[in-house]
Design a protein around this ligand. Structure first.
Ligand SMILES: [Zn+2]
Length: 53
């Protein structure tokens, strides 16, 4: 059984991580990170407002 992980390839995907981080906004209600395409915060149910930048 090989223990070499395929997960090392994940380290080469920093750009994708950046994109993912950009896909989250801080909830105006509770301050948690909410996916921008979600209509509501999963924590407090507040509507997500996408801030234009
Ligand atoms: Zn919230």
């Amino acid at each position: 059984m090989s223990k070499h992980s395929k997960g090392i390839h994940l380290f080469r995907r920093r750009r994708q991580d950046d994109l993912l981080e950009r896909s989250f906004v801080d909830c105006t209600g509770c301050g948690r990170s909410v996916y921008v395409f979600a209509e509501q915060c999963r924590s407090c149910g507040d509507s997500v407002q996408v801030r234009a930048s």
